[in-house]
Write a protein that binds this ligand. Structure first.
Ligand code: ZN
Length: 373
């Protein structure tokens, strides 16, 4: 039995090497490689039993997932998260056209809403983006139950990594940092001069000063614009996203997807590419689910062949609380949220009193942001 397992493991490793080599150009067009890869994957998974018995749930429910985590066989959990995990913190899903923040930006006469994140438009008209950046400035929102659930996974040594589509930095505020986190769409945490010849780096504090004094941030070396390191349309994703993905997905035991409809590439492509892990989708929106079922998103929740994918229909916070409850962690999670939120509140209070003077002189572009200094 043991020997057999190790043979299978080495075949799996070989397979993954092959797949990874094939997907080396995964940053963009991958159509050509996909057919070959699917063929190889199916061949190996049927002959070698990938999706091995120790990774098949006794029941495709949240309870089944909880039992699997508690069994000790689940050592590497990946989380893949999107805007839906931050909406309960008050951050709208502002990448979706036609809602909330875009409407507030009408005064800038954007040719179309997405222009605000278009790199070429930004270089000519940076004002709308910086107005939005001020409004969404990190530090004005508190992480959610869902963010702290991931922190708990980390504290318990179960979180291999969190892949986030969000740029609100709430994962960092919740205590995920460095290796814990891949910010696939970049981060506000650092900024760079947009000039290719210069690329001088600027800190969060520097950017904050500029935003809240309503200055357009310009490089003090070359006077080009300085942009937070979030990924605009027309820019490539961070290299770390691709290198980590190749290491993480083959070794993943459980992938938890929360708050994303997986319609944004390359996230969407990841789920179908690897099959050796279990998948839990927590969503309160059934539409994307139907989309995934209908358009081959790589998940299978309810067909006769379903064996690994679990969908839990609820808000991300409720889903995490329910899972924490089943794991016996509910009190711990609630305590963590309470303690961390109290810490943020006390920091806000002390910075509000210091920032009161500055607040009075701020010309408001966006609806009254909380001042911090
Ligand atoms: Zn510069």
């Amino acid at each position: 039995m043991r020997l057999n397992e190790s043979v299978i493991q080495s075949h799996r490793d070989l397979l993954y090497c092959t797949l990874q080599e094939q997907s080396d150009d995964s940053s963009g067009e991958e159509a050509a490689g996909d057919t070959n890869m699917d063929f190889l994957r199916n061949l190996f998974s049927s002959t070698l039993g990938i999706g091995s018995p120790d990774k098949v749930l006794d029941e495709l429910t949240l309870e089944g997932v909880a039992r699997y985590i508690k069994s000790g066989k689940c050592k590497n959990i990946l989380c893949m998260v999107g805007a839906g995990i931050s909406t309960s913190a008050g951050i709208p899903d502002f990448r979706s056209p036609g809602i909330g923040l875009y409407a507030n930006l009408q005064k800038y006469n954007l040719p179309y809403p997405e222009a605000i994140f278009q790199i070429d438009y930004f270089k000519k008209h940076p004002e709308p983006f910086f107005a939005l950046a001020k409004e969404l400035y990190p530090g004005q929102f508190k992480p959610t139950v869902c963010h702290y659930f991931m922190r708990l996974l980390k504290d318990k040594g179960l979180l291999r990594r969190c892949y986030s589509q969000n740029i609100d930095t709430l994962e960092r505020v919740a205590g995920l940092e460095g290796d814990d986190l891949i910010e696939a769409h970049g981060t506000f945490y650092t900024s760079h001069c947009v000039s290719f010849c210069c690329r001088k780096e600027y800190s969060l504090d520097w950017m904050k000063d500029k935003l809240f004094s309503d200055d357009i941030p310009r490089c003090d070396k070359c006077n080009s614009l300085v942009k937070p390191d979030i990924v605009f349309f027309g820019e490539s994703l961070p290299v770390r996203f691709f290198t980590s993905m190749k290491m993480d997905f083959p070794r993943c035991d459980l992938l938890i997807i929360m708050g994303t409809s997986l319609q944004v590439q390359p996230f969407a492509g990841l789920v179908g590419r690897y099959e050796s892990f279990l998948l839990l989708l927590i969503t309160d929106s059934v539409d994307p689910l139907l989309g995934l079922l209908g358009f081959g998103g790589g998940m299978d929740f309810d067909s006769d062949k379903a064996y690994r994918d679990v969908a839990h229909i609820s808000t991300c916070d409720d889903g995490c609380l329910a899972l924490a409850d089943l794991l016996g962690w509910k009190a711990e999670l609630e305590e963590l949220v309470k303690r961390e939120h109290a810490k943020i509140d006390s920091q806000d209070k002390s910075s509000e009193s210091k920032g009161a003077a500055a607040k009075a002189s701020s010309a408001s572009v966006a609806p009254e942001p909380r001042k911090e200094e």
